[in-house]
Ligand binder design. Sequence first.
Ligand code: AMP
Length: 423
Amino acid sequence: MQYSIPRGTYDILPEESPKWHKVIAEFRKLVEAYGYAEILTPIFEQADLFERSSGKSSDVVKKEMYRFTDRKGREFALRPEGTAPVARSYIENRMDIGSLNKKLYYLGPMFRYDRPQAGRYRQFYQYGVEFIGSNHPYYDAEVIAILWNYLTGLGLKKLRLELNSVGCPNCSKDYDKALQSYFQPYLNQLCPDCQERFERKPRRILDCKVKECQEIAKNVPVQLDYLDTSCIEHFAEVQQYLDLMKIPFTINPRIVRGLDYYTNTAFEVIYEGIGAQNALAGGGRYNGLIEQIGGKNIPAVGFAGGFERLLLALEEEAIALPGHPVPEVFIITIGSEAQKIIIPYLNIIRGKGIYAEYEPDRASLKAQLKAANNSKAFYALIMGEEEVKQKSAILKNLESGEQKLYSLEPISHLIKAIQNKEI
Ligand code: AMP
């Protein structure tokens, strides 16, 4: 019996993991500069949390959620996204007490049952931030700035930030009516899902992936024309803050975002050149969500992006990412006495955080030197019979060939030489 990995998932192999470490480390560094703190939530939640927050008619809930019943008959789901769990935790842990504004970030796997393709997986890894507690348009811009600075800071150039406002429940009603009048004549031509959406959530038709529906929706009225005064003002102010932050954007009135809870600002960062799945990240304001799932009426704004598409984009622009680290020193011993002497020191050297390799299964000096060269180590530390007598070892710079004898006592001298690259 040979096992294979589930469709739509992937292994991050050792050659790849340093790249992941790098993009994750850069994300942490940046968001922490904006005062965001990490929150970790479980990878499964009550299924109802996602139904309530994303909307029962959303694709994510209807078609893409990994649902399961536990041994006691309770309905759970692997999280398809990170915002609802963060909002659930915010309410449950009474984070609204004390300082109202909470700046949270998360990293972790999400799960959606969808047709796998380049940039689309069934388990994928997201980074995201949530700013909870204020409706000030400055924060919409700040959240966008984090995303933009992260992506451009990694060196990406072919990015496009698209911005829209999806209004508030107040102005959405008028817009929904306008959409219904628009779609009414085409009702029979829409897919069965969209016929259902027509009644309850006509805006979802704009998100439909069926070609005929997309064709019909080509000339729909845009939400921007239906915003009320306060939504128009909010949108204008977000743009002013983005201008102040020198973040370039274009208005795309077609951005609807797939989930029910968005209000006002909605945005996406698009990257051309990685195939059909070209949204690197997306987000927006979700003022209604916390109340919708049982909390107070507390406004919030956030975004999420996927590392898989980000890594594809970095590859597309040939932006170098770290590979497997190379050893600082490769230990070479000849004979069992040398091995006995060197092993305790090897542990001390590694304990100082110096990456040291040792492959005692290679016996000859020649084989060990070859392995050291292949590893691209900076130094070899060689202990032969002569050195055993003196309790010392030869430190050899493998590039220049220069070498020097070091006593093993005190070991601090040798450690300093390696750390400071003395030869
Ligand atoms: P969404 O919540 O659908 O707006 O997703 C936010 C971001 O997560 C997207 O822009 C992608 O970068 C990433 N993403 C969403 N779904 C997937 C998926 N199935 N596979 C890989 N990345 C995804």
